[in-house]
Ligand binder design. Structure first.
Ligand code: GAR
Length: 209
């Protein structure tokens, strides 16, 4: 976070202005929707003012329109490097005075461009008990391995794939009759409840330090 952002953030906390969040998604956007609904239900003290998407065909965009959340699409293939792509994303975040970045099914690694601006204020959710089963198809990996428990993890983002300090985890049992579909569905239900709660307590812990 820059000095200017840190100063604005401290002022906002003193004035109790809810932090402005941008959610990043590449796919269905069910976690994005759960986060918006948590804000609207008064369970997450924040404003979700932007959905950033790296795929113009992502269903998450349709959800955002229905929920009346502004969207911004940036296609990585239109840029010469990941850094140039993120510079454009960062300009948008700065223009919107975004304080927190929440990755919700955003299927790409971030570079130092976003990390230097939002390090410590960028979180991700992953459908396994990290550090087990990072990367793609985490639910399938757990099922195929034969583990008896799995779950969801919220963590701060660093340059690795699903690495970074763990903020919260929730365990679920894998049942003998589970299929990929039933297990994925139960994990998503856990994620929708865990993610807003974890973000709320992370933000509160920073407010009190
Ligand atoms: C979620 O299950 C999330 O944990 C996972 O993508 C899904 C997105 O669903 N993220 C990762 O696997 C990150 N490595 P959604 O678009 O419906 O929120």
């Amino acid at each position: 976070m820059t000095m200017k952002n840190a100063a604005a953030d401290a002022t906002n906390r003193t004035l109790r202005i809810p932090p402005r969040i941008a959610v990043f998604a590449s796919g269905a956007g069910t976690n994005f929707q759960a986060l918006v609904e948590a804000v609207r239900a008064g369970n997450l003290d924040a404003e979700i003012t932007l959905l950033v998407c790296d795929r113009p065909d992502a269903p998450a965009l349709e959800r955002a329109h229905e929920l009346e959340v502004q969207t911004a699409v940036f296609e990585p293939k239109r840029y010469d490097s990941r850094e140039q792509y993120e510079q454009d994303v960062l300009s948008k975040l700065r223009a919107q005075q975004i304080e927190w970045v929440v990755l919700a099914g955003y299927m790409r690694l971030v570079t130092s461009v976003l990390l230097e601006a939002y390090g410590g204020r960028m979180v991700n959710i992953h459908p396994s008990l990290l550090p087990a089963f990072p990367g793609l198809h985490a639910v399938r990996q757990a099922l195929e391995y034969g583990v008896k428990i799995t779950g969801a993890t919220v963590h701060l983002v660093d340059e690795g794939m699903d690495t970074g300090p763990i903020v919260a985890q929730q365990v679920i049992d894998i049942r003998p009759e589970d299929t990929l579909e039933t297990l994925a569905e139960r994990i998503q239900a856990v994620e929708h409840e865990l993610y807003p709660r974890a973000i709320q307590s992370l933000m509160q812990s920073l407010t009190h330090c």
